[in-house]
Design a protein around this ligand. Structure first.
Ligand code: F3S
Length: 429
């Protein structure tokens, strides 16, 4: 039985109009299904609520649905198109299904761009911040420790839970859309202290250094612990933002990890005792050279042909530092004529890259810096691409399944080298 506060009851009664009523009804059903006893107020929602994803573009075209009807149906579970009011709290839009600045490159016509532009108008009217990225913490949405949030996107969820100490479950389009209108989310899972406690101890026996290494570690841990809360010990070099971004994205793809602790580094793990907070570890696992080798083989299962025709970087969306790093690696060189280099980032970071001259450096080399989307979400690769190279274990996991390409996984330097030579020469070192 979910206990409802007065303001929740008022929304449920329709006092604040039919859209907020539908949103509260949906959240109540969700809370009941989860066994939550109450809601918690949130002032920070991130979701992919727009209609630019390929399946929704197709649906809208087939049914002739406008954006209010689509929002009503897919975010509020209402068959009837409702007037959608302004959001109640700070709400951000995550990744979109396309980059509106490069339709031709994505084989899109003007109708797809129109869906995107209509969405911009619609969400601006609602007061939504169009961050258009899977990594909103790169562009100003940085929740603080203990802040209750309602975020979608597994790589962002694991980042803010673990690295920032904020509190969210992995929400869906429906619950995020409803939370925007109500400022409420069921109080369960990672909102609750007990569920944030460590479950598995992971002892590192090897140094984990670059971004690819952190991706491998995340991939291995995700497969090993699935949806549990790993606690890592033995990390000797403090990872930067990009490494933790790739680590979390990998762990949430190969398993369903939404929260981890690194003893001495993440905010709820000043000690092993604090990370477990009274829990007895279900298992103690060791990550050494053999486990690292195994993870490398697992991530590279689809790579067979050494001739690479597509290098995709920016999963999760690249930070400004990572774009700078690629520019250093490209310096004065050209992308191979048989290969494409696409790098994905947030629009705000691209604007920074434009001003810093990074975009020009990448384009001078023959590559593209793209925004809002990525190859897996937008379901687009360069025409005819068969063999991709990526520096993201998450992307190596998804891209072959979604786009039917082979994928090699390695370091950023190996990927840039593949873009320049058209050949994969990566190896585990
Ligand atoms: Fe982001 Fe696409 Fe990866 S939306 S996390 S770049 S799969």
């Amino acid at each position: 039985m979910v206990r409802l506060a007065d303001d929740e009851l008022a929304m449920l009664d329709g006092t604040e109009g039919p859209a907020r009523q539908k949103a509260m009804e949906l959240l109540l059903r969700y809370a009941e299904a989860l066994g939550a006893e109450r809601f918690v107020a949130t002032r920070n929602v991130c979701g992919t609520m727009g209609m630019t994803m390929p399946f929704l573009r197709d649906y809208a075209a087939k049914h002739g649905s406008g954006i209010e009807a689509l929002f009503s149906e897919f975010c509020l579970d209402s068959a009837q198109a409702l007037d959608i009011p302004k959001v109640k709290i700070y709400s951000c839009h995550l990744q979109q299904g396309l980059d509106p600045e490069r339709p031709a490159q994505q084989y899109l016509g003007p109708e797809a761009v129109k869906v995107y532009r209509d969405g911009e108008v619609f969400f601006s009217r609602l007061g939504v911040n169009l961050l258009n990225t899977c990594a909103p913490y790169l562009v100003g949405n940085v929740p603080v420790k203990g802040e209750h949030c309602a975020w979608m996107e597994s790589s962002a969820v694991i980042y803010i839970n673990s690295v920032l100490g904020a509190r969210t479950n992995a929400e869906g389009r429906e619950s995020a859309g409803a939370a925007m209108l109500t400022g409420k989310i069921p109080y369960w899972g990672y909102h609750i202290d007990e569920d944030r406690r460590g479950t598995h101890l992971i002892e590192l026996d090897v140094d984990v250094t670059d971004t690819a290494d952190w991706g491998l570690l995340g991939y291995w841990i995700g497969e090993a612990v699935q949806e549990s809360v790993p606690v890592l010990t033995g990390v000797r070099q403090v990872p930067n933002l990009a490494r933790l971004k790739h680590f979390g994205a990998a762990a949430s793809s190969s398993g369903g990890v939404e929260m981890y602790h690194i003893v001495g580094i993440t905010p709820e793990a000043r000690s092993v005792e604090e990370a477990f907070a009274g829990n007895t570890p279900r298992a103690t696992l060791r990550y050494g050279a053999a486990e690292r080798q195994l993870a490398y083989e697992r991530v590279n299962t689809t790579g067979r042909d050494r001739a690479v025709d597509y290098v995709m970087l920016g999963c999760p969306h690249y930070s400004s530092e990572q774009i700078w790093e690629v520019c250093q690696l490209l310096e004065g060189q050209r992308i191979h004529q048989n290969c494409s280099l696409w790098i994905f980032t947030a629009r705000a970071i691209k604007q920074l890259a434009d001003r810093n001259g990074f975009t020009k450096s990448i384009e001078d080399a023959g590559g593209f810096l793209m925004t809002d989307t990525c190859s897996s979400v937008g379901r687009v690769v360069p025409r005819g691409a068969k063999v991709a190279a990526v520096d993201s274990a998450k992307q190596a996991h998804y891209l072959p399944a979604i786009m039917g390409v082979q994928a090699w996984f390695g370091t950023t330097a190996e990927c840039v080298q593949a873009a320049i030579t058209g050949r994969w020469q990566g190896a585990l070192r």
